[in-house]
Ligand binder design. Structure first.
Ligand code: CTP
Length: 398
């Protein structure tokens, strides 16, 4: 897991959204991070240190000159140990103080002293957010390399409608992951496909493959975390959109083919994780076919093999495919690697428990052009995505 053992110092300031940060701490701790919460005096008017202490499993610090706390972990030690410093919610006040170079309490002193990246998630009344002084401060801090997650628009606790709500927990977690990731794919343009395709029989019926899209989405997310510019072309899935990733929604294999070929030109890496339907109905009825008229035998025609077609335009690109097999896994996977002109192919035996569709884990073998087979243990799709990128990073170097 990407957050396992990572040291996060989380500053909580005095806004009503402070209660939402309890959930953030829970999520980070669940993902294995070591979270150290620092609260301002005003934050304690909204939520108690005991809540964060219980959720984080670590003492919560609040005072700069608290003799006991300072002797256990001083403010400089906190600033030094942080791999990332997150401030959520960040009030207009803390933003102004940091921008003005003020360090008059524990949190602002840590901000001043840390060398770690600082991520601020502002939350405030819409008029405070729009106040030019606040915006100027944000602008100034951005220029100095501070990172921000903009608040979301919606109903605010103060009764107003507008921009000012603290970003959702998954959005904040994702930005923390981005800041903690190496940027070994910066400058790369990665094209990822995901999900199934749907081949219409009539406007309401279709042929499809079993695929949740989770593997492709995990690859897109990991590539973006590692600095790549990512385009994700996906068939229909139930997954939430990913921030900072260009998303192209398609349905049929023909649409996926068109989108892949269009974006291949500018891509340096192609990863085809989509479960493309091999066949489509020969005829697509313009209207819904009545039950009484439905044929008992469907005539099918072959869909284009998108990856094989892309493989012909490989040039210096790195190309990775997937193979879902239920028998003769290795033999048939080697053939696919050859036929589609791939650098790597990730094969999974979808009959194994913990592998394949809908689950969050996978058990795969990675085959490469040089003839090497690597058997990987059961791992999460998130970890596998990073592992596949590690393998691609090695190919980039060679
Ligand atoms: N693929 C593709 N276009 C297709 C079918 C598959 O681009 N029409 C891609 C998939 O995204 C995957 C790889 O090719 O990366 C392997 O797909 P698979 O269906 O296992 O390969 P097939 O060549 O169809 O082999 P099989 O005979 O086992 O179905």
């Amino acid at each position: 897991m990407m957050l396992k053992g990572r040291k996060i110092v989380l500053g909580v300031t005095g806004g009503i959204a402070a209660y939402k940060v309890a959930e953030l701490v829970r999520e980070l701790v669940k993902a294995g991070a070591e979270v150290q919460v620092v609260m301002t005096r005003n934050a304690q008017a909204f939520i108690t240190p005991l809540t964060f202490q219980t959720l984080s499993g670590n003492p919560v610090t609040t005072e700069l000159f608290n003799l006991i706390a300072e002797s256990e972990i001083g403010h400089i030690a906190l600033a030094d140990r942080a791999e990332v410093l997150v401030i959520a919610p960040a009030t207009a006040n803390i933003i102004g103080k940091i921008a003005g170079g003020i360090a008059d309490d524990l949190l602002t002193t840590i901000v001043m002293a840390t060398k770690a990246p600082v991520l601020l998630a502002p939350a405030m009344n819409v008029h405070m957010w729009e106040n030019p002084i606040c915006q100027e401060n944000i602008q100034k801090l951005r220029q100095r390399g501070y990172h921000f997650i903009d608040p979301e628009a919606g109903e605010l606790a103060c009764g107003y409608e507008g921009k000012g709500r603290l970003a959702e927990t998954p959005t904040i977690v994702e930005e923390i992951c981005v800041l903690l990731s190496p940027k070994d794919f910066s400058g790369e343009k990665i094209l990822v496909t995901a999900g199934p395709t749907e081949e219409l029989i009539d406007p309401v019926r279709f042929l499809s493959n079993r695929s949740s899209g989770k593997m492709g989405f995990a690859l897109a997310r990991a590539a973006r975390r590692r600095g790549a510019e990512v385009t994700l072309i996906s068939g229909p899935t139930a997954l939430a959109a990913l921030p900072q990733i260009k998303y192209i929604a398609v349905r049929s294999a023909a649409q996926m083919r068109e989108a892949v070929l269009k974006h291949l030109e500018s891509a340096s890496i192609l990863i085809m994780a989509a479960a493309v339907s091999d066949y489509r109905p020969k005829q697509k009825a313009p209207e819904k076919i009545k039950k009484s008229k439905l044929p008992t035998v469907l005539e099918l025609e072959l869909n284009p093999d998108i990856l094989a077609e892309a493989g012909k335009k490989k040039n210096s690109r790195i190309m990775v495919g997937f193979a879902a097999e239920t028998e003769n896994l290795l033999q048939s996977t080697w053939q696919k690697l050859e036929k589609k002109n791939l650098d790597l192919i990730v094969a999974n035996d979808v009959t194994l428990p913990g592998a394949g569709f809908e689950v969050d884990t996978n058990i795969v073998k990675i085959l490469d052009r040089s003839g090497k087979v690597e058997e990987l243990p059961l791992m999460t799709k998130e970890d596998l995505a990073d592992y596949i990128l590690d393998r691609i990073a090695l190919l980039k170097k060679s």
